[in-house]
Design a protein around this ligand. Structure first.
Ligand code: RUQ
Ligand code: CUA
Length: 699
């Protein structure tokens, strides 16, 4: 636990003595009142602790060896049953391929969202409507059933999260996914046609016109082949601008394009807003173009890619790039339009600014005035001014070009400030008080530092200086402040996403969880305590975004019974009560089924071995949370049918025998009775099909 300064400590002690604090820590004498409050229907009345209550609180604290800071942390995070969180943190799930939604400040896991990995509870990627997911989980026909999710991006309107969509990149396979936040389901996965891996994804333009996907490891664009001796000639980086169709809720591939970039390893990106609207920024490392050809006497990547003191911040004028694409200046690679380096140079789309030293994150301040580059191997953050960048471009203040002819801006002409923070700065977020927060991987700390310019009047600090550091357990990667990358950051909470947890939790074998630590950043100055540790035992999350919960307008149930969650419309094929049954046409069998507490209709389905079965089910429930599951063992089928939802699943009945199907959600007292049988008649018993036999069978 971080220390509170003694003034805060004294205030707390005084408050406890006076019996006026820790309202939600204490069980009240009035049980009825308490019950109502716990249902979340009524806010707690201001507490006036009696001496007995103070004594019992003190006893609990002493028994559990809690100090005042701990009590305060608990009071700041404990959320009574039925009370909802103020924020939702959408976190990447790393190599689990999922995303997680976590309530803040309670740090309760609300749910996972299956994205790149099949997930049975959501019925995702197994069958049914999720045939779409199964298809989406293929690359060139081959199922790729995991992804390495790194950077989520909530859709934005005028630079603020609007709560409608969520995007996330898959670093391992250069894919991008679209999640609809009305039902929190993945709707689309697109594969980048140019490259195998991405990293600077997903980042949205301020009105979500485009989603940006930057490469990481340079390859031969269009899935080409070349050995490292061809590195400079053949390898390339890229940035793809995926057009987003908000109406359809889908990426519009036909109106998307990419830009060729030099084979520097592009890293994190961020999109300009406000003063820098129209630009996006991408860091890079390995401008050395090291090839890691150790056998040929070259240094390994680790050393070769960090030889130089400076790499290049890529500055892209994306509106000009869009105009160039629309003017037909892009040429296809693997069928996808790409603006070449020559075009980018000729049209003035791309400029470089030197940046120290193999940096990692680039983050634009809420007003769009400054770009903050975190040095990774340099103890500073370097702050660039967009005004200075624009002026330097206009005045052609270049120190030359890179080997590909891209103009390199004069570092001193575009640099606003540098702030020394400590070892291993990675990523930066912002608050509403003129502070920036940078993760320090090697220091295991979150640094708070003061912004200058128009932010200077918001705080008492000297501009561009380190204010304080809070130790983190351990090795923090990203950090996420409430709205911390939008034009209106919140400023109360920040989650440090630590890669190592070492001793923070009970040991779980050699593989330990990640550690999400919640920091209270509401007080200015040097107070920034850790108030909660949440182990994440499902993957290694990277970035997360924290949105005000009231911006989310999720459906409570699907809008109509018979809803197709893929098209987000009622489906004409959805079985209705009264239209259930089994229809056979040759060896094709169509099952129309409804599900409701606590039965399926029909309960027996007879097919022949080898039949092609199409099984349609509607959950006809309209009550919130009345979800049914549907599984057939041995067929790898499990569906989640949320209230109103319609699903279709297809399979070949190739396993003869009488096989129970059942509901996999404990939906009612008679849930165990919500079952039936699939009878697959063995081929040996089918015999020659006679017209009478077929007629009898159809009956
Ligand atoms: S990364 S830990 Cu993939 Cu965003 Cu920096
Ligand atoms: Cu439906 Cu259990």
């Amino acid at each position: 636990m971080s220390r509170q300064p003694s003034t805060v400590r004294t205030t707390i002690l005084a408050a406890i003595a006076a019996g006026s604090l820790l309202s939600i820590m204490v069980s009240t004498a009035d049980a009825q009142e308490n019950r109502r409050r716990r249902r979340g229907q009524e806010e707690a009345k201001p507490l006036d602790l009696t001496p007995e209550q103070v004594a019992s609180l003190t006893k609990v604290a002493n028994d559990r060896k809690l100090n005042v800071d701990d009590l305060l942390a608990a009071a700041k995070t404990f959320t009574p049953s039925g009370r909802h969180d103020e924020y939702v943190l959408f976190a990447s799930g790393g190599q689990s391929g999922h995303m997680f939604a976590i309530g803040v400040p309670s740090m309760r896991l609300l749910r996972s969202i299956a994205v790149f990995t099949p997930e049975p509870w959501q019925g995702y990627g197994f069958a049914g409507m999720d045939d779409h997911a199964r298809e989406a989980l293929k690359i060139n026909g081959t199922p790729v059933t995991w992804g390495d999710t790194h950077h989520p991006a909530l859709s934005e309107t005028k630079g603020d999260y609007d709560g409608q969509f969520l995007f996330i990149g898959d670093k391992a396979n250069a894919r991008l996914a679209v999640i609809d936040l009305r039902d929190w389901e993945t709707k689309q996965i697109v594969k980048n046609p140019l490259t195998f891996s991405n990293h600077g994804a997903a980042f949205v333009t301020p009105d979500t016109d485009y989603i940006i996907e930057g490469a990481q490891y340079a390859t031969v664009l269009g899935y080409g082949y070349a050995l490292p001796d061809q590195y400079q000639k053949s390898y390339r980086g890229m940035a793809t601008m995926w057009k987003f169709d908000r109406q359809k809720g889908r990426i519009d591939i036909a109106n998307s394009f990419a830009m060729e970039l030099p084979p520097y390893w592009q890293d994190l990106a961020d999109v300009g807003k406000g003063a820098s609207d129209g630009y996006f920024f991408v860091n890079s490392f390995n401008v050395e173009m090291a090839t890691g050809s150790v056998a040929k006497g070259d240094p390994p990547f680790e050393a070769g890619a960090s030889k130089r003191d400076m790499d290049y911040l890529h500055i892209v004028d994306w509106r000009k790039a869009e105009a160039a694409y629309k003017a037909g200046k892009a040429k296809p690679i693997n069928g996808f339009p790409v603006l070449s380096l020559e075009t980018s140079i000729a049209e003035g789309l791309l400029y470089f600014a030197p940046e120290p030293k193999s940096p990692h994150g680039v983050d634009v301040t809420p007003n769009g005035q400054y770009m903050v580059v975190a040095g990774k191997l340099d103890p500073h953050v370097t702050i660039y001014s967009i005004e200075k960048v624009k002026a330097a471009i206009a005045a052609k203040k270049f120190t030359g070009t890179d080997p590909f002819g891209i103009p390199v801006l004069d570092f001193d002409a575009v640099k606003e400030a540098q702030v020394e923070l400590g070892l291993g700065p990675l990523h930066t977020q912002f608050d509403d008080k003129g502070y920036a927060y940078t993760s320090l991987f090697l220091d295991s700390a979150v640094a708070r530092w003061s912004l200058g310019g128009e932010y200077a009047p918001l705080h008492a600090e000297r501009p561009w200086t380190l204010v304080t550091k809070t130790p983190i357990q351990y090795n923090i990667g990203h950090l996420s402040a409430a709205g911390g990358d939008t034009v209106h950051p919140g400023g109360r909470y920040l989650v440090a996403m630590s890669k190592w947890s070492v001793d923070r939790f009970l040991p779980t074998g050699p593989l330990l969880p990640q550690n999400f630590q919640l920091l209270d950043i509401s007080e200015p100055g040097t107070v920034m305590p850790v108030i909660y540790d949440l182990p994440i035992g499902v993957g290694e999350p990277h970035y997360a975004q924290m949105i005000k919960a009231d911006k989310l307008q999720s459906w409570k149930v699907y809008p109509q019974v018979g809803w197709n969650s893929h098209t987000q419309q009622p489906d004409p094929n959805a079985p209705r009560p009264g239209s259930e049954g089994v229809i056979r046409e040759g060896s094709k069998v169509l099952v129309n089924m409804t599900a409701v507490r606590s039965h399926f209709v029909p309960e027996h389905v007879e097919v022949n071995e080898g039949d092609e079965v199409t099984w349609r089910i509607t959950n006809v429930e309209t009550a919130q949370d009345a979800t049914h599951g549907f599984c057939i063992g041995g067929y790898n089928i499990n569906l989640s049918l949320e209230p109103g939802e319609y699903e279709e699943v297809r399979f070949i009945a190739d396993k003869p025998g009488t096989n129970p199907f059942y509901c996999t959600e404990f939906c009612s007292a008679l849930h165990l009775e919500m079952a039936g049988y699939l009878h697959v008649k063995p081929a040996s018993k089918i015999g020659a099909v006679t017209p009478e036999g077929a007629a009898a069978e159809n009956k």
